[in-house]
Design a protein around this ligand. Structure first.
Ligand SMILES: Cc1ncc(C[n+]2csc(CCOP(=O)(O)OP(=O)(O)O)c2C)c(N)n1
Ligand SMILES: [Mg+2]
Length: 787
């Protein structure tokens, strides 16, 4: 082990190297790489410099293999530089920063190859992810798994302006409720955002807020040089001046340099003997070095701050920094997208003793022995266990999930019944399921599951109503073995929790099968977090219910229109909207398998469900039917040879489609009824088949192409969905059939289902009208009677 001063010296040298390499990576992408046009780097250079010391302290000394980190998006070059020094990142990928398959602009778990723990990019989300990952670690531990693994700290490197994102505060609240531990947030308090200098005194607000939520707060404001100067005669006056200096002014002076600092100090402090001497003893360069020696740029202060933590309570470090430290535009308010010119870089290169052509060499320009640096890096505790990303075996899923059938049911009810059956059994599958809901557990039909499996908390807490013997349908005991995580209403939290639970196999080496329930329209409230979870390749199932205008009397903002399109467009999410419960049971079984498939093959699952009770088909679940359901569609009524019209429906409008078929059948020939369980799977299968054909990789036909192949050319297709009509309107492009796409384009009206279906034109009569408009022949004789 190196002695303390030697260790600090090596760490500081490595931090300088990290700053160089990250800046060089950016410079290379902008000025050196051929054809770099279009890959130009914005907001990275100044923003990265801000964190070079802090991240070096963490990765080269403080972190342990079990710790996981979310790195502020624009510090990605710093992260890649550190991994390069560790030997986990290639020069080729650094040279290709932001290029195709190069090191990514923002750290990416799925696209980078150098051991990114959590992706970041959309600010705020990575921060909350660490909090929820810590809760998930507690969950896994409490369930008796992860026995041999020490607990990791979940660490976020946070931009100070990132703290504006509301989802961070929502998470903070949830963390407090669940007794958060093992979480560190390190705020890069450079007092600059993208556009502006942040408000004065913000840290005081942060401090009191974090303390309110039970966090320890460590403010790292002054570096070692500063602390030494404060101890000199007159140092107190200097400290008072620094503390009183407005953020914008401090930033401006850091940009202008030592002479400007001197002038301001002289003007504002006046001639005060000791402090004046303290200032005058220093050259301009020394004065600038002193004044920019904020805590976040001082290795000793950062190491001391991190190593002072001797408890597992959450900690917020507020580390004072200067945006762009060490670079010509340090502190300039416009520096977010600031780039060094070629001349500036040349000058800096020379100052760093880096020879032209040796810019990528790991220890070039450092005065320390390369062997000592190499040995120090090889010794870093962070890499002690080798590969940090873990894996877990897949959990067996039975071919068919069972449920207690009734002649009439809704898909939401069916969802509850399937989970209830699972909860009654003692399969490994059931043991690994974990549910969560943002205060809509009962109203989304999770009640029975929770009654059987209990709520999760690290400490036992009995349901008071039960212990007081007050009758209640629900038995809600909390215990470390519980399998439902109760959340407050914030949907962002729900999806970030899904992201954390859904990565447990990779983070904790223990597979979980998370299920979220929420009202369908509120997917939009949590959409960026849902997108984030999918981007990270977290695996989970979302049951969104109720949906559409079918929840009729609820009306208004409870109705969803766009969600079928979101389901189709969201990468990493396979979306389904079954009409019947036997379909749903098949889809859930498929979903549990899909959630466990390897990267690139599996993903998460979205079930758009309904509270509408409808007649259930009495039928055998044949393998062909099962396949149709999971592939996205099957013929509920096969079209005849001379088929004139097809009705293709999705979800809760099945009764209208069936009724319309009955009425049209008398006056049109051979009509078909296509049950679509997943517009998403149909569409993506169709796209994939076309792509393969275009690239001459065979002549595969997709499922929807095969289904529509027998239809005569002039057959018309009426599509109907309680959602945006574009979700199914594309069916006409598959084989060139004319389409009338029915659906919902406006929302907000309350009424009965009949009222609203009629109003929006998705009732049986609207389907008949649409079929008539597509087909020749006499008007359809029978209509649905008004009720
Ligand atoms: C959700 C979201 N909105 C906007 C942006 C664009 N953006 C990137 S960084 C940034 C501000 C960065 O300020 P700060 O967090 O203080 O980081 P610094 O660069 O100062 O270190 C903004 C607005 C984003 N990445 N994500
Ligand atoms: Mg900032």
């Amino acid at each position: 082990m190196a002695t303390e001063p030697a260790r600090l010296e090596l760490l500081s040298a490595l931090a300088r190297k990290v700053l160089w390499l990250s800046s060089w990576t950016i410079h290379h992408a902008n000025h050196i790489r051929p054809n770099a046009d279009g890959l130009k780097v914005g907001g990275h250079q100044a923003s990265s410099a801000s964190l070079a010391t802090i991240m070096s302290a963490l990765y080269f000394s403080v972190l342990r293999p079990q710790d996981r980190v979310a790195v502020k998006p624009h510090a990605s070059p710093v992260f890649h530089a550190i991994q390069y020094l560790f030997g986990h990142q290639s020069r080729e990928k650094l040279e290709n920063f932001r290029g195709f398959k190069g090191a990514q602009s923002y750290p990416s778990r799925t696209k980078d190859t150098d051991d990114v723990d959590f992706s970041t990019g959309s600010v705020g989300l990575g921060v909350a992810q660490t909090l929820f990952s810590s809760l998930v670690q507690d969950y896994v531990k409490a369930h008796g798994w992860m026995k041999d693994r020490p607990e990791g700290r979940m660490i976020a490197l946070v931009g100070d302006a990132e703290m504006d994102e509301g989802n961070i505060f929502e998470a903070l609240l949830e963390g407090w409720k669940h007794g958060l531990r093992n979480t560190w947030w390190v705020v890069d308090y450079n007092r600059q955002s993208l556009d502006a200098v942040v408000r004065e005194g913000l840290w005081e607000k942060f401090e009191s807020m974090f303390r309110n939520f039970g966090w320890d707060v460590v403010i790292v404001k002054y570096g070692r040089l500063m602390r030494a100067a404060f101890a000199e005669p007159g140092g107190e006056a200097l400290k008072r001046w620094i503390d009183a200096c407005p953020n914008a002014m401090y930033a401006a002076l850091c940009f202008q340099g030592g002479a400007a600092f001197r002038k301001h100090l002289r003007d504002e402090i006046g001639d005060q003997g000791a402090v004046s001497q303290l200032i005058e003893r220093r050259s301009d360069d020394e004065l600038l070095a002193l004044m920019s020696n904020l805590g976040g740029h001082d290795m000793a202060s950062m190491i001391e701050a991190f190593e002072s933590i001797d408890h597992d309570r959450p900690v917020c470090f507020i580390a004072y920094t200067i945006k762009g430290i060490g670079l010509p535009f340090q502190g300039h308010k416009d520096n977010h997208a600031g780039l060094m010119t070629v001349t500036q870089m040349e000058k800096w290169r020379t100052a760093q003793n880096i020879r032209p052509g040796h810019e990528w060499e790991k220890f070039e320009g450092l005065s320390q022995e390369p062997a000592a640096l190499e040995a120090f890096l090889a010794d870093a505790p962070f890499n002690r266990d080798g590969r940090r990303r873990l894996t877990a075996e897949a959990i067996d899923v039975p071919q068919q999930l069972s449920f207690k059938p009734s002649p009439q049911m809704s898909t939401q009810q069916g969802f509850g019944l399937v989970l209830n059956e699972l909860a009654r059994g003692d399969t490994e599958l059931a043991a690994r399921v974990v549910t969560a809901s943002p205060d809509v557990t009962v109203s989304t039909n999770l009640g029975a599951w929770v009654n059987r499996r209990g709520l999760f908390a690290r400490a036992e807490k009995a349901d008071l109503f039960r212990s007081e013997k007050i009758p209640s349908t629900f038995n809600w005991d909390f215990s470390p073995k519980g399998q439902h995580i109760e959340l407050g209403i914030a949907e962002m939290n729900l999806f970030i929790l899904m992201s954390a639970l859904g990565l447990s196999h990779a983070i904790n080496g223990e597979r979980l099968l998370p299920i979220a329930t929420l009202y369908d329209p509120f997917i939009e409230r949590g959409l960026d977090a849902l997108n984030y979870a999918c981007y990270q390749d977290a695996r989970f199932m979302v049951a969104a219910t109720p949906s559409g205008i079918t929840l009729a009397p609820e009306g208004g903002a409870h109705q969803s229109i766009a969600t079928p399109l979101i389901g189709m467009a969201q990468d990493g999410l396979a979306s389904f909207e079954p009409a019947f419960v036997d379909e749903l049971a098949i889809i859930m079984g498929w979903g549990f398998q899909h959630m466990q498939r390897e990267a690139g093959k599996g993903g998460s699952v979205y079930l758009r469900l309904s509270t509408r009770t409808i007649d259930q088909p009495q039928r055998m679940m044949t393998p062909a039917l099962q396949k149709g359901i999971t592939d996205g569609a099957y013929w509920l009524r096969e079209p005849g040879e001379n088929c004139e019209a097809v009705i293709a429906y999705t979800g809760a409008v099945a009764p209208e489609a069936i009724e319309a078929i009955g009425l049209i059948g008398e006056s049109r020939r051979d009509i078909g009824l296509l049950a679509i369980t997943s517009a998403d799977r149909l569409h993506s299968g169709w796209t994939a088949a076309r792509r393969m054909r275009r690239h001459r990789r065979g002549l595969p036909l997709s499922h929807i192409e095969k289904l529509l192949a027998p239809l005569p050319r002039d057959c018309g297709i009426v599509t109907v969905i309680d959602g945006h009509p574009a979700a199914l309107g594309w069916l006409g492009s598959v084989r060139g059939h004319r389409v009338e796409a029915l659906g919902v384009e406006h929302f907000g009206q309350t009424g009965t289902i009949d009222d609203l279906y009629r109003h929006h034109g998705i009732d049986a009569n609207a389907i008949i009208d649409a079929a008539e408009s597509l087909t020749a022949g006499a008007p359809v004789r029978h209509r649905k009677m008004a009720v």
